[in-house]
Design a binder for this molecule. Sequence first.
Ligand SMILES: O=C(O)c1ccccc1N[C@@H]1O[C@H](COP(=O)(O)O)[C@@H](O)[C@H]1O
Length: 207
Amino acid sequence: MSRTRIKICGLTRPEDVRAAVNAGADAVGFVFYPPSPRNLSVKRAAELAAQLPPFVSAVGLFVNPVPTFINEVLSAVPLQLLQFHGEETNAECDRYRMPWIKAARMRPGVDLLEFALSYPGASGILLDAFVDGYGGGGKTFDWSLIPAGLDRPIILSGGLAPENVQEAVRCVRPWAVDVSSGVEAAKGIKDADKIAAFVAGVRDADG
Ligand SMILES: O=C(O)c1ccccc1N[C@@H]1O[C@H](COP(=O)(O)O)[C@@H](O)[C@H]1O
């Protein structure tokens, strides 16, 4: 069994990028969604991305973006992956010649297998709790809603934290986990100790 990949999302400060890298994160997420308290300017994201060492990926998070905005971001920020959280269609996500993942907003009644079929271009499906707004709400969902037989890697998110990530990884065995609120001291401000504890929890569960 391969180790669970870890993404720390919603970084806004150089010291938070350092904390994620030093803790052993595989990826960091930059939010390009103005209503979010974690939203970044393109310039700020470029500065943070420049801090990343080789083999730590930069992921850009978008919610119903206009194509010109993504192209503007891509011309300035070296992103390896796009993460879509809105009502984007498969064709809209597919137009950037970049790998991308699509968030499914999990609640009872969601047909995840059908959802995945409608996003054939997604290289993974990110599972987040259904919240008001589009994500980053720090809310868990019922992991028993995840069906067996999904044909894509699962990125588990939604309310993960140092306190529950071990149980989450043992229960779901996702390809990767993604966290934002659960490793914060305040909205948009990460806590280095929480990031380290989160990564340690994942590694414990990996065994
Ligand atoms: O982080 C945000 O502000 C955000 C805004 C809009 C859509 C998604 C957002 N974050 C992502 O939401 C999930 C769950 O986050 P949390 O750990 O429950 O806070 C995660 O994938 C974030 O990347």
